[in-house]
Design a protein around this ligand. Structure first.
Ligand code: ATP
Length: 282
């Protein structure tokens, strides 16, 4: 086996709550994370050294790329002497709240584990991933999960009934760290009840899931970037069942009834925003 190509999926948060600030500077969070069909493609092939290329001009191609760092870490912790040529075919908007970088890193960990014949368990890959970023363990596991701690502690949940989504990105980057710095519990308008959300997921109660979708980071992102609030309000006029910000933003997703409605809404919104796409939960 000389080359492997894998999908690297984006995520949304069905629920995102911040419980408080920790002594290590991170925030304690409680999130229900969900893999969606929007994806990059990562190809790894055997090579002498680690190198990285991409079709995207929006990501760094050097050692600061999370995918590169994942490969370098795997080499370091296993003592493996093999290298890899990594190519990222990027479709997930960058710094968009969709965990694109984390997803690329997870895809590299999973595919190099095979290419380099390391045979490491997925749980260990997830643990290695947590050293790269809080969202990487979820991206290693995928599906529907509860994430706690700083987001790196993952518990798998049953698959949700399929949801059709329209994602809108207003075309600028949001710095996640800045959104957390700005976060103030007093400014939160509505917070999710994560245990109610989990019960709805366990009962496959689509309406219950949708009614419990909330993201407390909306308050700080909206204060820093008022355009994101406008996008949410514009989408709320579109007949969607629910509209919510992804992670720390600025991407916003709308939940609609079926695939046909999703593509109809996409057609209506295209041209109004720099990035509009249809995705489904997987
Ligand atoms: P985060 O919440 O971690 O900021 P995000 O989903 O909002 O995640 P990403 O697309 O992961 O955003 O990008 C965050 C930052 O990571 C960007 O500034 C980007 O330059 C950097 N980065 C490093 N490697 C990658 C990668 N492989 N793909 C995307 N961004 C990357």
């Amino acid at each position: 086996m000389e080359q492997i190509t894998v999908p690297a999926y984006a995520k949304i948060n069905l629920a995102l709550d911040v419980l408080g600030k920790r002594s290590d500077g991170y925030h304690e969070v409680q999130m229900v994370m969900q893999t969606i069909s929007l994806r990059d493609t990562v190809t790894v092939s055997l090579s002498e050294e680690i190198t990285l290329t991409s079709n995207s001009e929006d990501i760094p191609l050097g050692q600061e790329n999370l995918a590169y760092r994942a490969a370098a870490m795997l080499q370091r912790v296993t003592g493996c002497r093999k290298g890899a040529r990594i190519h990222i075919d990027k479709h997930i908007p960058v710094a968009a709240g969709l965990a694109g970088g984390s997803s690329n890193a997870a895809a590299v960990l999973l595919s190099l584990n095979r290419l380099w014949e390391l045979d490491l368990p997925v749980g260990y890959l997830a643990e290695l991933g947590s050293r790269l970023g809080s969202d990487v363990p979820f991206c290693v596991v995928g599906g529907t999960c509860l994430a706690t701690g700083r987001g790196e502690r993952i518990t798998m949940l049953p698959q949700v009934p399929r949801l059709w989504l329209v994602l809108v990105n207003p075309g600028f980057a949001v710095a996640t760290a800045k959104v957390y710095q700005e976060f103030s519990p007093a400014e939160v308008v509505s917070r999710p009840d994560v245990s109610v959300m989990i019960k709805a997921i366990e009962k496959r109660d689509r309406t219950g899931i949708i009614n419990n979708m909330e993201n407390v980071l909306e308050s700080s992102t909206f204060a820093l970037y008022p355009r994101v609030r406008e996008v949410k309000e514009e989408l709320a006029q579109s007949g969607a069942e629910k509209v919510l910000m992804c992670g720390s933003g600025p991407t916003v997703f709308a939940v609609v009834g079926d695939q046909e409605q999703a593509y109809k809404l996409k057609t209506r919104l295209q041209g109004k925003y720099p990035f509009v796409t249809v995705a489904e939960t997987i």
